[in-house]
Design a protein around this ligand. Structure first.
Ligand code: ARG
Length: 258
């Protein structure tokens, strides 16, 4: 065999080995795309809830965080947990971001970092549909049993009312708002206090009615660890841009029908 033939064969072999290595390693590079672990409490339609048909967690927050992650080149893993476990899980690094209709409060901002707001909300009082009990404000809840989700601003609102007035409300604390609303339908509590946009959705899909809105002027933000300043900046930039897009309008249209 001539030396040139040998060289040609060697070059072809090296090329084949090269291609084989690239094919072998490609999936590794793909899966090395960083995964954002997103914590949420899916009992809060239309922001996060379980789709009855697929069993998947869906909602405005989920689509929002997926859109932002896509823009920033992250993969997303949704991790469900109770609302009151979200901040501890973030701090303990079991999740990287909270997307759960979480109100930006001074207290929480001591321990986590919030993005710019993406939604605003008040609190609402809901009762069983057709109930003769029609509370128009917190005063009307005195002496009653009222459901809230653990660790929420609704729980805080009731607790502060009780502490500051010395009056008594029997606050029943649930791990999930779905359970609280179920208990309301079943007559086990007299009312539930919950964020107004979620109250409106429960009014559409469950046997409950809003009787009053308490203006608390809350804003929702995504939350990350305080030390994750690079991630926070990325999210803020992406969010600022995204809130002006038709993609955001499409998400709202999908979940709110507006
Ligand atoms: N906005 C309220 C808060 O931050 C309630 C949020 C509840 N979220 C949920 N996914 N269950 O306390």
């Amino acid at each position: 065999m001539r030396i040139t033939t040998l060289i040609v064969i060697a070059v072809i072999l090296i090329a084949i080995i090269g291609v084989a290595i690239v094919i072998e390693l490609a999936p590794m590079y793909q899966s090395s795309k960083k995964v954002l672990r997103v914590g949420t409490s899916p009992d809060f339609p239309p922001f996060e809830y379980i789709d009855n048909k697929t069993g998947e967690v869906v909602g405005i927050d989920i689509d929002l965080v997926k859109a932002l992650a896509k823009k920033l080149g992250y993969d997303v893993q949704i991790i469900q947990m109770d609302f009151d476990g979200l901040i501890p899980a973030l701090i303990n690094k079991q999740i990287d971001i909270i997307a759960s209709g979480m109100t930006i409060t001074n207290e929480r901002a001591q321990v986590v970092a919030f993005t710019i707001p993406y939604w605003r909300s008040d609190q609402a009082i809901v009762v069983r549909r057709g109930s003769s009990f029609k509370p128009m404000g917190l005063d009307d809840l005195v002496g009653r049993t009222v459901g809230v989700q653990s660790g929420t601003t609704a729980q805080d609102l009731l607790q502060k009312y009780v502490n500051s007035t010395g009056k008594q409300i029997n606050i029943k604390i649930y791990t999930s708002y779905v359970l609280a609303v179920q208990d309301l339908e079943n007559g086990n509590v007299d009312a539930v206090v919950i964020d107004s946009p979620v109250a409106s959705m429960f009014e559409r899909i469950r046997n409950v009615n809003i009787t009053a809105v308490i203006p608390t002027n809350e804003s929702y933000g995504l939350a990350v660890r305080k030390e994750d300043t690079a991630l926070l900046n990325q999210l803020n930039n992406a969010l600022k841009e995204f809130l002006n897009t038709t993609d955001w309008q499409a998400i709202l249209q999908k979940y709110l029908g507006v």
